[in-house]
Design a protein around this ligand. Structure first.
Ligand code: ADP
Ligand code: MG
Length: 523
């Protein structure tokens, strides 16, 4: 069978044609989101199959929601999603950078440079950038952290919201960092309450659950207590509808009840024996045992969600038991305090333990408002956690990208081979960020880029970029437009990775939509 027949149901593009189509796909993709970059970026209205709508300014959300079929476009979206996972920000930049790298690569291919040479040059440029980027950074402090969070939230929500969100995120992460060296993002819980204003939002040290102790006679606050978590309850078995109890002799029912009673008593005795101060059950706790638990000074909670039991288990270092009677000392956890507090007019249970983090209570007037605030918190917590792990910050507003491009131009001059051209092209691609930021802010893209380059050169400083709020070329650190090093670095790595793998493709085989069922031998 010849190649033609094997590939009968396939459309095939090869060599330059394939690369051209792939570059076009990447450019089209970045064209769809470039208008969202930066604080003056516009929003997109997304409508899904079911007609649900979502207004967003987030590049990765747009791309993940849009039904993109092109395999190369999917590779670029993959880079952006990875960015979202690793760095929590910089997703739009990743896509724009990648498509610009490919656009510039294509120009070199047209001039007769082989894609493999371009790939090598890009790799050299990337290594240079990664090696030097730290030199451009400055160490953050609390004040700079806050500015970085506000920069990261640029274009999302209004000013006062950003202020509140950044303040609370920093506070929450600080609580977690006091107890742990490594910040575990899952230790920050977010709960929401409708009905009041965002300004009323707060951060509480410990785990907050919308629960109240089952009897007021139980202690309200417990300090340094032992806690037991039960995936079950302390209750009589309820009869299921198809269950039969055959009463044949007088007194059977009484003895059955007595046995049940005895089992409850045994469970309470066990709690006493283990010295339990706090108990949380996934299921119910019989009203009849409330007063006995209260007499023992036990604080009890019932109908606690499994997910909350898991959080408690992690916080208090307790293992969840299925049966109280077989529980041991090892299963019991410890809490620093367990208290009942009224928050926003509702009763809450607040547990502080060695392994517990913080809870952010978001308040807002409507579910929609809260949804927007939650997304803001998601972004800002990601950025704050990142900064606590690596406190190095870089000037934003395109400043760092321009500085790297200048550096690459000098580096390229030292490379005598054709890779020199690719390194220059890579540097030019990094400058796309300033051009797009300017464009979105209604400024002249080329003029702005040139002013930034000349200002950086004349002042011998990598901090100059464009501030879209003033429309001026400014020292970005002074203007408070800064971003974590990890985010910029990851955006560059992700974009380069995707661009190089796309450059390597020289053959695209598309299966045709309605592939005929192959005939079986012998027919
Ligand atoms: P991404 O998804 O890539 O994070 P954003 O829409 O969040 O995209 O935009 C981030 C870019 O906006 C960064 O390059 C950042 O430096 C820039 N930026 C933020 N605030 C300003 C500002 N006031 N002036 C200029 N650029 C800004
Ligand atoms: Mg961002």
């Amino acid at each position: 069978m010849g190649e033609r027949e094997i590939l009968e149901d396939t459309t095939r593009t090869t060599g330059r044609d394939a690369l051209k189509k792939n570059v076009q796909a990447a450019i089209a993709l970045s064209g769809a989101i470039r208008s969202t970059l930066g604080p003056k970026g516009l929003d997109k209205l997304l409508i899904d199959d079911d007609g649900r709508t979502l207004v967003t300014n987030d590049g990765v959300t747009v791309l993940e929601t849009a039904k993109v079929e092109h395999p190369v476009a999917k590779m670029v979206i993959g880079a952006s999603s990875l960015q979202d996972k690793i760095a929590k920000d910089g997703t739009t930049s990743t896509v724009i950078l990648c498509s610009e790298m490919l656009r510039n690569a294509w120009e070199l291919v047209v001039q007769g440079i082989h894609p493999a040479v371009i790939g090598r040059g890009f790799r050299m440029a990337e290594q240079k950038v990664i090696g030097e980027i730290e030199q451009l950074s400055l160490s953050g402090n609390k004040e700079l952290f806050k500015k970085a969070v506000i920069s990261a939230l640029s274009g999302k929500g209004h000013e006062s919201l950003k202020e509140i969100v950044s303040e609370l995120s920093l506070k929450a992460v600080e609580i977690v960092s006091d107890k742990d060296e490594k910040i575990d993002r899952s230790k920050i819980k977010i709960i929401s309450q409708t009905g009041s204003s965002i300004k009323e939002s707060e951060v509480i040290q410990g785990l907050v659950l919308a629960k109240k102790r089952i009897a007021l006679s139980m202690p309200k606050n417990i300090k340094n207590g032992s806690i037991m978590l039960v995936d079950g309850g302390i209750e009589r078995r309820s009869f299921s509808s198809d269950m039969k109890l055959n009463v044949t002799t007088p007194g059977v029912l009484e003895s059955f009840r007595a046995k049940e009673r005895e089992m409850l008593t045994n469970q309470i005795d066990k709690l006493k024996e283990l010295g339990i101060d706090v108990i949380a059950c996934k299921e119910g706790i019989d009203d009849s045992v409330k007063s006995e638990l209260a007499k023992l000074g036990i604080q009890a909670f019932r109908r606690v969600a499994k997910s909350d039991l898991d959080l408690l288990s992690k916080s208090c270092n307790a293992t969840i038991v299925h049966d109280i009677l077989s529980a041991t000392k090892e299963n019991v956890g410890e809490c620093l305090s367990s208290s009942n507090k009224t928050l926003g007019g509702l009763e809450h249970w607040v547990v502080d333990a060695v392994g517990s983090g913080a809870t952010i209570i978001i308040r807002g007037s409507t579910v929609d408002v809260i949804g927007e605030v939650e997304r803001c918190f998601d972004d800002s917590l990601g950025v704050v956690c990142q900064m606590y792990e690596d406190d190095r910050l870089l000037p934003g507003g395109g400043a760092t990208y321009v500085a790297l491009a200048r550096l690459l131009r000098r580096y390229a001059e030292t490379i005598p081979d054709r890779e020199q051209l690719a390194i220059e092209a890579y540097g030019d691609a990094l400058e796309v960020i300033v051009r797009v930021l300017a464009e979105n802010g209604g400024m002249d893209p080329i003029g702005s880029l040139l002013s930034v380059v000349s200002k950086q050169t004349s002042e011998n400083s990598n901090r100059f970029g464009i501030n879209l709020y003033t429309g001026e070329v400014e020292d970005m650190v002074d203007s408070g437009v800064i971003e974590p090093l990890g985010i910029v670095r990851q955006a560059i790595i992700g974009a380069t990775e995707a661009a190089i793998s796309i450059l390597r493709i020289d053959d695209v085989l598309w299966a045709k939509q309605d592939i005929a069922i192959p005939e079986l031998p012998g027919n």
